[in-house]
Design a protein around this ligand. Structure first.
Ligand code: URA
Length: 230
């Protein structure tokens, strides 16, 4: 790789907010394996092709299916979760388990109540990491960074009017802020020039005794839906 190409890589990563480049897992190859630069005329299909049978991080070891994302490539609103769970890993589709059913209900229920004609299949839904972390653990920083390149390309292709980050992992990936969701929720942040709303993850809302969080999540969702569709 010549210096000019290396400079373009570094600029590209800097632009994505990536500060550290990880080497491929051991045994370390003699040269650093860099993923492809976001190509001109990028598309979701191209990203899927570039991911291929991805083995860039340890999460590939336990996965059944890569869970890339689902929905309209031109959606004005993108929901970003943390990573696939067991149901998603089995089906290859994000948010299809219990938390996913709640998310669908939240999107469609809030939209209906607010008089906004939006269904789940009209938004785009994806995760920070595309393979299920073992035992549903939180993705590690290096896994988020390695897989983050694909999320960033997805968002750059879709260029939604707003992004809704579900839970702490997505909030960190989208805003770079490290505060807890309770502090960040209901507020607008930015990923590049795209507004990002942070709210609770639906799995958190499924836990008992958090009526306040449910009410707050519905408020956050109302804000996003009105911002995007009014
Ligand atoms: N939780 C997530 O963060 N993403 C999914 O796709 C499912 C559950």
């Amino acid at each position: 790789m010549d210096t000019d190409q290396l400079r373009r890589y570094l600029e590209f990563y800097q632009d994505l907010g990536i500060k550290t480049l990880y080497k491929a897992a051991p045994p370390a190859p003699p040269t650093m394996e860099l993923p492809a630069l976001a190509p001109q005329g990028d598309s979701l299909l191209k990203i899927i092709e570039d991911m291929g049978d991805c083995r860039r991080c340890r999460l590939h070891e336990g996965r059944n299916k890569i869970v890339f994302g689902v929905g309209d490539e031109q959606a004005p609103l993108v929901f970003v979760g943390e990573g696939p769970g067991a149901d998603e890993d089995a089906q290859g589709i994000p948010f299809v388990g219990k938390a996913g059913q709640l998310l669908t209900q939240m999107i469609e229920g809030t939209a209906r109540k607010e008089g906004i004609p939006v269904l789940r299949n009209q938004v785009y839904i994806c995760n920070v990491v595309k393979c299920r972390p073992p035992g549903n653990r939180t993705p590690e920083p290096d896994e988020m960074e390695i897989c983050g390149q694909f999320l960033y390309r997805q968002l750059s292709v879709i260029r939604p009017k707003a992004i809704c980050a579900l839970g702490g992992t997505a909030a960190r990936a989208m805003t770079g802020h490290k505060e807890g969701v309770t502090k960040m929720r209901g507020k607008w942040f930015k990923w590049r020039d795209i507004p990002v709303m942070v709210t609770y993850h639906p799995s958190y809302l499924l836990r008992p005794y958090n009526g306040d969080a449910k009410r707050e999540a519905w408020e956050d969702l109302k804000k996003v839906l009105h911002f995007v569709y009014d």
